[in-house]
Structure formats: C-alpha cells, structure tokens
Design a protein around this ligand. Structure first.
Ligand SMILES: Cc1cc2nc3c(=O)[nH]c(=O)nc-3n(C[C@H](O)[C@H](O)[C@H](O)COP(=O)(O)OP(=O)(O)OC[C@H]3O[C@@H](n4cnc5c(N)ncnc54)[C@H](O)[C@@H]3O)c2cc1C
Length: 316
C-alpha cells in the first residue's frame, strides 16, 4: 500500500503545482505511515530524482512520446496505482486533470474529491475540504472507498522540502492510443505561466488599447507576476487568448490578483474568485469588482499603474 502522486513536467523538471501535490502526498503518507511514489510520463529522467526533496521516495517513469490527452494520462496513472496498490492518488487540479480524475475514479473504483484545499481530517475517517462555488464556499466530504483520488487546488499547499533524493525506475507499459486527436498544441509564452502563477497582473478594456499594455507589463515584471486579461481584451486581439481568464478562459488562484480597468462581470469573477488577495483599480467607484476586492483604488489606471510600479520599485 502506498500514496501515488502524478507529477507533470516542463522541460524535464517537475512543475510547481506538482511539487505542491508531492508535498500534500508526503504529508498524507507520513500520517498513514505509507511510502510516497510519483508517476511521471517523461522521456528525460535527468531531474526526476530531485523529487526526493519533496517527500517522494520512488519515481516510476513512463517513457512515451504520446500527446498526454486525458485518457492516456488516466491509463498511465491507473497502471502505476495498480502496480503499487495505491490507496490515495494525489493530482494537481488542471484542465486536463479535471477530465482525468473521473476516469481514474472508474478505473480504480475510487471516490474522487476535486479542488481539495486542505489536508484530510483523519480523526473522522478520511474527510477532505474542497472549494466550491468558484471558491466562494467549501464543502467537507468523507471518502469511504478503499482507493481515493484527490485533485489539489493550485497554491492551496505551500511546497515543503524534506531533503533527499528519489530512486527512479522505468514503468514499462503499453501506453494506449488516445481516443482524442490532439490536432495542435499551443505553448504559452512568457517567463511565468499564468495557471501556475503566484502573482497575476490582469487588465481589461479600461486600458483603452493594446498600445497601452507596456505599463501593465512593467508592473508585472517589477512584481515577478504573470499577465492576464479580460475576455473582450483577447477577443479584440489586444492580448493573446491564453491570457484570458474567467468562465470561458483560464481559472487562476494566485496569492495576489491585481485587476486594472476590469469591471468585474460575473463571468470574469468565475475565473479569479479563488485568488487569496484581490486588488482592484477602477475609476468607477460603483464597479462590481470592488465587492470582491480585498483592497480597492478608485482612480485612473493611467495614473495609478505608474505610481504603483514606482512605489514597488522603491520598496524593493
Ligand atoms: C457566456 C459568456 C462568457 C464570458 N466569459 C468571460 C470570461 O471568461 N472572462 C471575462 O473576462 N469575460 C467574460 N465574459 C464577458 C463579461 O461578461 C464582460 O463583458 C467582460 O468581463 C468585461 O470586460 P472588461 O471588464 O475588461 O470590460 P468593461 O466591462 O468594458 O469594463 C471596463 C472597466 O474599466 C473601467 N475603466 C475604464 N477606463 C478606466 C480608466 N482610465 N481607469 C480605471 N478604470 C477604467 C470601467 O469603469 C469599467 O469598469 C463572458 C460573457 C458571456 C456572455
């Protein structure tokens, strides 16, 4: 019996969200007195032993060139879970994993809890807290099946290092062909990937045009933040589509979300509501976004943004 963590990689190295999942898995393993194993679909094994620094004892590496569509990922995780008789499978919640988790639930006859935000309460069985209603509330759910699948909300867990190095072994399996045809893969540009970001600087139609985004980018660069935007902004091609957040875009849950000239429509809020701290800058004191803000500045973005950037620079 063991805990299994699915680790995603970027250029051969584990993603931060997967390190959060590893930290979570390590804490569960410690409590249950079980070893923690990671499964990785990655041809390059160079950096996988570093997972030992996050509480993983063993890495099962599946070598495959297949596009990692949800059904392929589910098959890989299920194979690893069955091999080590996993009783808890931990994944970081992403768009792909949202589709993987229910497939795993069926394959492993497991109860699935998604968007988990805290370690299980073991005193009352296996009770996990999950975010619901786009982060506005939470639910405590008791998982009673032998195998449990948990998807962990990004930034809900602080990555902890334990020291050590993991052993890496190949898990050879026949990776099935996907029933999903991946026709195109678009890589996000920029230094900081939006879905992974701790800090996000986002702007809307209040910026008036693409030519004014220099100041947004400078603020983001000063903070070390990713940039994002509202839907109309990407629809008008002021910004690339992979920056659009909201109901129909990317869902983010950073520690800090700065919204510049965004009204705060319900469809936008659906993608950002679970941010820890929200700062809103809008010239209209009645803008709906202020109701969801932790801090608000009523002012003109063209005056406030340069002042904010200068203040942050001088505080550094
Ligand atoms: C089915 C559906 C799905 C949708 N999905 C999404 C989604 O995923 N994401 C999303 O973002 N939207 C989505 N929308 C659109 C959404 O309803 C809003 O229209 C959109 O979010 C508004 O974008 P905005 O706030 O940038 O623009 P606006 O609504 O035009 O707001 C601009 C804001 O900037 C402020 N402003 C203007 N000038 C300045 C200035 N100089 N200084 C400071 N503030 C200023 C204004 O006061 C205003 O509040 C969806 C809509 C539908 C119907």
């Amino acid at each position: 019996m063991a805990i299994l963590v699915y680790v995603e990689t970027e250029n051969g190295s584990p993603k931060k969200s997967s390190l959060e999942a590893a930290t979570y898995g390590a804490a569960v393993g410690k409590h249950l007195g079980k070893k923690v194993v990671a499964v990785v679909a990655e041809n390059n094994a160079a950096n996988l032993a570093t997972l030992g620094n996050y509480g993983i004892t063993e890495v099962l590496q599946v070598k495959t060139d297949q596009a990692l569509a949800s059904d392929v990922v589910a098959a890989i995780i299920a194979e690893a879970a069955q091999k080590i008789s996993a009783e808890v499978v931990v994944l970081s919640k992403t768009t792909v994993i949202d589709a993987v988790a229910p497939i795993l639930g069926i394959k492993l006859e497991a109860a699935v809890a998604s968007n988990v935000i805290a370690l299980p309460d073991f005193a009352n069985g296996f009770v996990v807290r999950k975010g619901v209603f786009t982060g506005k509330g939470f639910a405590d759910v008791k998982l009673e099946s032998n195998v449990k699948v948990l998807t962990i909300k990004k930034n809900a867990v602080v990555v902890q290092t334990t020291g050590g190095s993991a052993s890496v072994a190949e898990l050879s399996m026949t990776v099935p062909a996907s029933a999903v045809a991946v026709t195109e893969v678009q890589k996000q540009t920029g230094d900081i990937l939006l879905p992974e970001a701790d800090l996000v600087v986002s702007a809307g139609r209040g910026m008036k045009g693409a030519e004014n985004w220099g100041m947004v980018e400078e603020l983001a660069k000063t903070l070390g933040a990713a940039t994002a935007c509202s839907k109309p902004v990407s629809d008008m091609d002021w910004r690339p589509h992979h920056e659009h957040v909201g109901q129909t875009g990317i869902k983010v849950s950073p520690n800090l979300y700065i919204a510049l000239g965004i009204s705060g429509a319900i469809q936008h809020l659906a993608g950002v509501n679970s941010s820890k701290v929200i700062v809103v800058v809008n010239k209209d004191p009645e803008a709906p976004f202020f109701k969801s803000a932790d801090y608000g500045i009523v002012g003109d973005v063209f005056e406030v943004i340069p002042k904010l950037t200068a203040a942050i620079k001088s505080a550094m």
